[in-house]
Every structure is written in C-alpha cells, then in structure tokens.
Design a binder for this molecule. Structure first.
Ligand code: PLP
Length: 401
C-alpha cells in the first residue's frame, strides 16, 4: 500500500503535514478539561489518518496515560513500535488474536460471553493473567453487553478472576449522542452506566478505571469523566461539535494540513466543459489549475463542484467532478506557475479552508475527511520534539515514560 520503498527525492506531489506540537498542545488542553481523569489517546484508524505511531508517541510525550485502538492489529503494531503505555483494544471477532494481545500486555475489551471464554482459553494456554475491560451497552446499541446479559458476564468474569485467568481492569461504555448536549439519551446512558458499574462492584469486581467519555463528552459533559476520558478527534484539533464551537473555541488546533502542487495551469475558452460528465462549464475565458489529488486519496467525490482550495491567496472551488487521482479548480484568469501550492485544508489561520469546510462541502463530518486521506499522500511530521524540553511551558510531562 505504501509508496515508501519507491520514494525518490523529488518535491512532493501532495503532502499531509502533521504538526505534532499542535497534537501535544491538544493533549494538554484536554487534560486541563478533565484534570482528575486519566487520558486515553485514541489512535485507531492510523490516528484518524494522521499516522498512528508518531501520533501515539507525541500523545504519550504530552502526558497521555493510555492509548486506545479499535483492532488488535493496531494495538500490536503500537507494541511492535516500542510503545509500552497501557493500551486498550476493543474491536474483536472470534479467534482473537487473544494470546498475542495478552502476551503484549494489551487490555482487551469484552462485550460477550464468547469473548470472555476465548480470553480465558488464551490465558490458560500462555500461562498469563489477561487484563480485561468489560463493556456495557448503555444505549448505543452497537458494541457492549446488554443490561439483561450483564449479570451473567460479570459473574463469569468473577469466576475467571478467582481462577487467576484474568483481572478486570475496567468497566466502560460509549455514548450515542454526546455531540448533541441535552439529548435525553445522554442522561439515560449515564444512569445505566452507573447501574452497570454498581452491579459489577457489588458483585466483587474492583476495576482500575471506569470510562465513557469520547471527545464531545470531554468538551461538553464534565459529569461523564469518571476515572478516564477517551478523546479521539479532539486530539487532532477537530471540533466534535462544530454547531457549538470551532476547534479554536475549545482551545484546540488542527494537526493536519493537506496541500498539493498544481500539476498544470492553462488557459481555456468560454464554454469549456471540465472533468467527467461536464458538470462544470466555463462561463468566460479563464484559467484552470490541476490538483493532483482525487478520491483514491480520500478527497470525497461528494465534494465535486464544492470543495474549497486556497491557491494564490484566494479560495477556489472544485470545478466539476473529483476524479480518482485529480480534480480541477477554476483560477478565474490567475496564472500561478505549475507547482504552486494548493492548500485543501489546515488550521485556517493562513486563510486556508479547514477540514470542517470540506465536511460541509461533502455533507459529512470532519472525522471522515481526515481519516480517509490515503496512503499515497506522504505524511510529513513537523515539530516532533518540544523545541527545548528545559523551557517547554508544559514541563517534562511524560518524559520519564
Ligand atoms: C473512536 C472512539 C472513541 C473516540 O471518539 P471521538 O469522538 O473521536 O473522541 C472513543 N471510544 C470509542 C469506543 C471509540 O470507538
């Protein structure tokens, strides 16, 4: 998938610049909002397209206590890269790989009896005590154990703890509508979570951490913080609740800047169709710029005719359809040179659009815009280390890990 082995030293066609200082600052901002809770940096899906290992390292350097992934392959890749931080992995299917996870000191989430049984078998096989977090479905209706099945799951976990096969390190759940503060499901889910925790603790479980808060909950629901919070998208400087506030309003800074170099600039006459289907036709003689990114790179085809791009100090719109590898912008007669920079999105303070602007153009959420940026786009990491650890205003947090 990756072009790395073939990489030649030429200027990049396109790049996703990843500002790790912004990521570290976002960790600090989120910690300040949940000062009594531990922080799990969610780095699933290649850190929402930002690059899992560099982002995980930066988050730990900034003081993240835990890392979170969806798949076991992601969790094992973090261990293979040398990250020793506590790590929860929650998206399992029969067959695991449970044993590899247990041997790599990964905390595994269990929502059902079949999973608990497979964890116990793997722990027996390798002679280790598994670390298990039981997940309750408090109303999301996705992962997690239904309230009716919870007592049985808790009972089976207690029996396995007594045998030394596992230790229940956490009880947890996930909100459906945390991005809509005041939605009645939020209070209902919190109440059901309290009931699930109370039942498990009364039965004898002694979890280290109880947690339910994702990014929108960290930013808008202080009562949801419990022992640990699990922000994902906010770490990357994207507001999970754009209707309530921008990233800057929440003290967050976007981490990814996506740009490309124009592959061609040319004059065309009036009445010229542009791109597949000719959904755009020039209304006057003009110049067109070719942006060498397309839906294979994660540029949404649904943003055809709408996606904004900063070229030569002005916003241009995608003219016609986004194709697999390229799209066109109408430069209105301007003549930037081939190779000129086209910025699709970034923090916004150089006048460029943001990932949220692309989300609006494509009728989706900014989570999807950054996460889908594909492997053909080089990630270029900047500000990898604090400029001077001695004078870093955040101090040497995490430096000893
Ligand atoms: C993705 C995910 C998160 C992080 O969600 P954000 O909205 O990006 O903060 C937290 N917990 C679970 C279970 C997730 O799947």
């Amino acid at each position: 998938m990756t072009e790395t082995p073939m990489r030649v030293r030429a200027p990049l066609r396109a790049r996703a610049e990843i500002d790790l200082a912004a990521l570290r600052a976002n960790v600090h901002a989120l910690r300040a909002r949940a000062p009594r809770a531990r922080l799990m940096a969610v780095v699933k899906a290649d850190a929402y397209g930002h690059g899992m290992v560099p982002c995980a390292r930066a988050a730990v350097l900034a003081g993240a206590d835990w890392l979170g992934t969806a798949t076991p392959q992601e969790a094992l890749a973090l261990r293979a890269a040398g990250l020793r931080t506590r790590l929860l992995c929650w998206l399992w299917t029969p067959g695991g790989p449970w044993r590899e996870a247990i041997e790599a000191d990964i905390d595994v989430s269990v929502s059902a009896r079949w999973a608990l049984d497979e964890v116990c078998a793997a722990a027996r096989d390798c002679g280790r005590t598994a670390r298990v977090q039981l997940k309750a479905d408090t109303g999301l209706g996705r992962g997690g154990c239904q309230p009716a099945d919870w007592p049985e799951l808790v009972g089976a976990a207690l029996a396995a703890e007594a045998e030394g096969l596992l230790r229940v390190t956490g009880l947890w759940s996930h909100y459906a509508c945390a991005d809509e503060p005041g939605h009645p499901s939020i209070a209902a889910q919190t109440a059901r979570f309290d009931e699930a925790v109370a039942h498990a603790e009364k039965a004898g479980l002694r979890p280290e951490v109880r947690h339910i808060a994702n990014s929108p909950a960290v930013l808008t629901l202080p009562e949801s913080q419990y022992d640990l919070v699990r922000p994902g998208v906010a770490l990357y400087g994207i507001s999970p609740v754009p209707q309530l506030g921008s990233a800057a309003d929440f003290g967050l800074r976007p981490v990814m800047t996506l740009s490309a170099r124009l592959g061609l600039v040319k004059h065309v006459p009036a009445g010229h169709g542009v791109s597949y289907g000719h959904h755009y036709v020039t209304s006057a003689p003009t110049t067109l710029g070719l942006v060498p990114l397309g839906y294979a790179d994660g540029i949404p085809r649904h943003a055809s005719g709408k996606g904004p791009v900063l070229v030569g100090g002005a916003w241009r719109r995608v003219a016609g359809r986004v194709a697999m590898d390229q799209f066109v912008v109408d430069l209105g007669g301007d003549e930037p040179a081939a190779g000129a920079e086209a910025v699709l999105f970034g923090p916004g303070d150089r006048g460029e659009p943001t990932a949220e602007d692309w989300a609006v153009a494509a009728d989706t959420i900014a989570y999807e815009i950054v996460t889908r940026i594909g492997p053909r786009v080089d990630r270029v990491y900047v500000n990898e280390e604090p400029a001077d650890p001695g004078t870093d205003p955040d101090g040497p947090v995490g430096a000893a890990r």
